[in-house]
Design a protein around this ligand. Sequence first.
Ligand code: FAD
Ligand code: DHB
Length: 391
Amino acid sequence: ERTRVGIIGAGPAGLLLSHLLHRAGVESVVLEARTRDHVEHRQRAGVVEHGVARILRAAGAGARMDRAGAVHHGIELRFDGRSHRVDFAGLCGRDVVLYAQTEIVKDLIAHRLADGGDVRFAAAATAIEGIEGERPRIRYGTAAGEQVLACDFVVACDGFHGIGRPSIPAERVRHFEKSYPFGWLGILADVPPSATELIYARHERGFALHSQRGPRVSRLYLQVGNDDHVGNWPDDRIWAELAARFALRDGGWELATGPITDKAVTPMRSFVCEPMRHGRLLLAGDAAHIVPPTGAKGLNLAMHDAALLAEALASWHATGDHTLVDGYSDTALRRVWRAEHFSSWMTGLLHRDPNGSAFDRRVQSAHLEFIASSRSASAQLAENYTGLPYV
Ligand code: FAD
Ligand code: DHB
């Protein structure tokens, strides 16, 4: 069996790539280890950059996002018991769309299936062969046994723990990595959001984030220890901790609580694999790079990679010209490193470092004060958060 582009992983990167390739007349097959129900309900990110929203609209996949998503023109920073709004519209003229990754995944799967696309669930890739030649193959397992898919290119969109990155000989890549001494506990709760905009809170007890999933559902995150687990966090403890971290000095704000429907701990890590290609194997999204979630960049980087690759592979398919495929890694990595900087910067700005000193915490407060009082300092945050316009 063969196809043009064999895509491993039906996350945002793999699905968007397959959709864009289809629109450019290039056939692909997506292999996904998990079930459709699993990938459509896996709770993850929620912020869509300005430019990524535009990519989805231009690809005819933005209609439900524009109906059900919410345009956000700013975020709130809370620190030392007070509140400061970062006004994206006024500072950089851009905005973001709050629309859950689960919904983007549902939309893209629906588009692929409506267009006759080939997305195979419960089909786990087990090996990638022949990437140094012109006829790479993916071996994958299904209920019916092992199958082989031959293709012109393999694109690994299989996340951080996939098989794509480790299929590149170790001496051909370089890994850059940073770990953090904390993680995030994320919850979904059936309660209307307590604020209209996102709140990023820095508190002596640790970071907290207030987000939302539409008018009736709240999405909240808490900084926890990096070896912490949900068993340590009964619902009452979560609500009490969130209320403490969001509290304002003069009161006047209350966190509404409700039934918690999802609870998970996410580790924090920064990671980049260079280059994002070896021979006929290309890496996209979390398979190639990870950012800590504080800057809301993981989903957006994955979608950008897919858009770059779709253009490159379509150009190669139409004319045999390899220029864009050859430039893919360098082009993608420029945006990746910008996001790596912003995400680790934003993480350091807002989290309590368990190994930090009282001096470090005073400097952190001074940094937040500066952002709250300087237009140029807050404009840097706004530009990065909404997504720099290049590429
Ligand atoms: P993924 O969405 O991970 O998709 C990879 C797909 O490949 C998966 O469906 C997986 O099942 C499949 N796969 C893996 N191995 C194989 C195989 N061998 N064969 C076939 N299929 C395979 N970002 C934020 O900005 N904010 C957040 O709050 C946030 N929370 C997150 C929470 C968690 C638990 C995780 C893991 C990530 C989170 N992220 C967050 C990051 C963001 O969700 C990711 O950056 C985004 O999902 C990347 O998309 P992707 O398509 O590259 O990878
Ligand atoms: C969400 C996740 C993030 O990592 C972030 O920075 C903002 C919002 C969310 O899931 O809504």
